[in-house]
Write a protein that binds this ligand. Structure first.
Ligand code: MEV
Length: 428
């Protein structure tokens, strides 16, 4: 199987579905589901997913092509309302597959979730900490007894930490961390259940009172590193030589490394790609966001999540390091039919493989943004796509959309009033 599909963007929607159907082996039912997804999530299903349902908010689902990660091809489902993100990811992935050996590499440095238990009103905070650490094995066994299925699958609570917060506005606190391998689940349910289960034991051991029991989104034990070395010769454009583009991308990174105002936008570009995959697959993209930004600021200063350097041997080298908390089982991934289909198209087998591919998407998305921003600027490509939205808002349909958009771009006048005028000339 290959994710390299030249001209995928030029196909009409039914032809794209045919291609994805062939590559991902979709059934008749799944193919019909894609067609039906232009309607809506069924009322009953939506009503069972969240509360107070009155409708469904549709977001376009696209497929980024060309991704080669750890030597394997992937089609990337992305749900996003912003134009040009999917095209940019596909272009970046094409450059990365052509200009590097094996495409993008990615691996988990560690893959554990952290559950926090807050203990207050401690008679002796230091003794409480020692008592919890001394009972480590018993507390872990109790936590594991709360989730025998996870344990059977090879996961479970692996370690325990006890952190003293001696001076908070509410007095001293002991924070117990359960370090949990949640396997293919995102992990929120498993970790929260374990944290609640050990409450009476922790109160008995410490003489204190348990308050909050919840996972931490600063998932610094579930961190992926992704990297790519791109031959600079492949970076050239009509206006810029490859080595020049490489230098400009390094300068763009240096800006983000030195300035939190830029780092926030740099990281937003990374999350454009990663959130879109999380949403398409029914994952909690807010958890991904929270982890990303907390990790970016983990040493007290907000920093870019990726870095770009030149290796002096003709390569531009990009690396990304951040928490990636995603699951393949549980949550909307299981209940939402389109999310299930997206997971099938993605073709990942484990949560680890999933996280690695999504980190690779983040790195590619970042590369695309920095390349455009540091050379021709983002607006040229962006406005061409934006023009299509404006044309549709003005009432253009079918072929009219591209014709109205193309004329507005040529005139450099992209607004609804002009779109309506052009549309009138077309329909006159
Ligand atoms: C826009 O959605 C994302 C960018 O601003 C990212 C960046 O500036 O690196 C283009």
């Amino acid at each position: 199987m290959t994710s390299r599909i030249p001209g995928f963007f030029k196909l009409d929607v039914p032809d794209r579905v045919v291609r994805i159907r062939e590559i991902a082996g979709l059934t008749d039912e799944e193919t019909q589901l894609l067609a039906a997804s232009f309607g809506a999530l069924e009322q009953d299903r939506a009503d069972r997913m969240v509360e107070n349902v009155v409708g469904v908010m549709g977001v376009p689902l696209g497929i980024a092509v060309n991704f080669l990660v750890n030597g394997r091809d992937y089609l990337i489902p992305m749900a996003i309302e912003e134009p040009s993100v999917i095209a940019a990811a596909s272009n970046a992935a094409r450059i990365m597959r052509d200009a590097s050996h094996g495409g993008i590499s990615a691996h988990y440095v560690s893959a554990m979730m952290i559950g926090q238990v807050q203990l207050v009103k401690l008679p002796d905070p230091v003794a409480a900490r020692e008592a919890v650490l001394a009972a480590r094995d018993a507390v872990l066994a109790e936590a594991n007894a709360a989730d025998p299925i996870l344990v059977r699958l090879g996961g479970g609570a692996r370690d325990l930490e006890a952190r003293l917060l001696p001076e908070t506005p509410a007095g001293p606190m002991l924070i117990v961390h359960l370090i949990v391998d949640t396997k293919d689940a995102m992990g929120a349910n498993a970790v929260n259940t374990m944290a609640e289960t050990v409450t009476p034991t922790l109160e008995r051991l410490t003489g204190g009172q348990v308050r909050l029991r919840i996972l931490s989104n600063l998932a610094d034990r579930r961190v992926v590193q992704a990297s790519v070395a791109i031959a600079e010769a492949h970076l050239g454009t009509d206006e810029f030589a490859g080595a020049d583009v490489a230098e400009r991308i390094v300068e763009a990174y240096a800006f983000a490394a030195a300035d939190p105002y830029r780092a926030a936008t740099h990281n937003k570009g990374i999350m454009n790609g990663m959130d879109a995959v999380a949403l398409a697959t029914g994952n909690d993209w807010r958890a991904l966001e929270a982890g990303a930004h907390a990790y970016a600021a983990r040493d007290g200063r907000y920093r870019p999540l990726s870095a770009w350097t030149r290796d002096g041997k003709g390569h531009l080298v990009g690396t990304l390091e951040m928490p990636v908390v995603l699951g393949l089982v549980g949550g909307a991934t299981r209940t939402h039919p389109t999310a299930q289909l997206a997971v099938k198209v993605l073709g990942v087998q484990t949560a680890a493989e999933f996280g690695e591919v999504v980190a690779a998407v983040g790195l590619a998305q970042n590369f695309a943004a920095l390349k455009a921003l540091s050379t021709e600027g983002i607006q040229r490509g962006h406005m061409a796509l934006h023009a299509r939205n404006v044309a549709m808002s003005a009432g253009a349909e079918g072929e009219q959309v591209d014709r109205v958009a193309a004329q507005m771009v040529a005139e450099r006048a992209i607004n609804i009033a002009r779109a309506k005028e052009i549309l009138e000339t077309l329909t006159a």
